[in-house]
Design a protein around this ligand. Sequence first.
Ligand SMILES: Nc1nc2c(c(=O)[nH]1)N[C@H]1C(S)=C(S)[C@@H](COP(=O)(O)O)O[C@H]1N2
Ligand SMILES: [Mo]
Length: 338
Amino acid sequence: MSDAVVRHDQPPVSDFYPRKTVRRIPLLPHQLTERITPTGDVFVLAHVGVPHARAEEWWIDIVGLVARPRRLSLADLMKMPKRTVTALHQCAGFPARPEIATRRYANVVWGGADLAAVLRECEPSDEATHLWSFGVDRGSFEDVDSPVYLKDLPLSRIPAGDILLAYECNGQPLDAEHGFPVRLLVPGFYGTNSVKWLYRLELANRRPDAPFTSKYYNDSMSDGGSVRTRPVWSLAPESVIVAPCDGQTVAQGPLDVWGWAWADGPVSRVEISADGENWAEAKVEPRSQWSWQKFRYAWIAEQPGRYKLMSRAVDSCGRIQPLSGARNSAYEVNLSVV
Ligand SMILES: Nc1nc2c(c(=O)[nH]1)N[C@H]1C(S)=C(S)[C@@H](COP(=O)(O)O)O[C@H]1N2
Ligand SMILES: [Mo]
C-alpha cells in the first residue's frame, strides 16, 4: 500500500479551486530585474489544484519516530521566534522531463518558525532518517491519483539550517496559491520539496512510496548499465543573464552583461562566453543567506555580427552548469551587434 494513503486526520479545507494543475510563470528571465521578486510575480505551481484553508482551524501534526508527538496550531507556531530567510525559489520543471530547462525562478524572503527547533522539542528517535511532509491537496495528476501531496527530505539536511515552517512570503501572510496558511520551505532544494498546505510531518526510517516522491521527481542516472535514480533535492548550479535580453540588437563596443547565479550553497564563479569555447570570469557578489548572487561582466563586442552570449555557474564544490540537455543548462542570449 502506498504511504500516501490517508489513514490519519486532516485539518478541514473550506474550498478547493481550481481543481486542476495551476502553472503560472509571470516573468521571463530578462524580467528578473529585482533582487527580491514581488509576490505577485512569483511563479505558481500546484499539481492538482489549490486548497483554501481557514487559519483558525489549521494545525500541523508531528508524528512517527519521535518520543513526543505534537499537534501545533497555527497560533502555537506563530508564538515561536520568527525567522526570515531569503532564498532562491526554483521549480524543477516537468517531473518526467529533467532535460528541459523550464527557467521558473524567483528570489523570496520567507518568514516562519525554524523547523529544527520544532523537531527538537519532539525528540526524534535515533532510527529516524527521513522527514515526510504532507500537503492536504488531493487529486489526479497525469491520470495518477494522489490522495495527498507527500514529499521527503533526509534528516541529515536539517543541520544546514534555515528550513522553515513558513507562513509569510515577502513580509505578508502566504496567499492561497503559495500555500496558506503554512508551507515547508527548504532553502537550497528545488521548489517541489517545499510542501504547501502543510499539515503533517512524519519522521521515518526510509523514503516514502508516493506519486511525488517515488514516481515523479527522481532523475535517472545510468551507471555502467544499471539505472539508478536520484531524488530531485539539491539545486544544481545555475545562472541567468538578465541583460542584455535575448534577441536584442546592441551597438559595437562595451556592453554591461549582468544576471543572477545560485546553487545549493555558494556559487564561486560565473563564466561568460560569446563563442561557446572561450570563457571569461564575471565578477560575482558573495552569497547572503540562500539568495541568488548578482554577477557582472564587461563584454566588448569587437565586430558587428551575430553572437550567442552564454553564462555558466560553478559552485563551491566545483560543479559546473552543463551546456545543454539539463534542467540547469547554461543560459543563452542571442545578440546582433551593429
Ligand atoms: N502541497 C503541494 N505543495 C507543493 C506543490 C503542490 O502541487 N502541492 N508543488 C510544488 C512545486 S513543483 C513547486 S515548484 C513549488 C511552487 O511553489 P509556489 O507555487 O509557491 O511558487 O511548490 C511545491 N509544493
Ligand atoms: Mo515545480
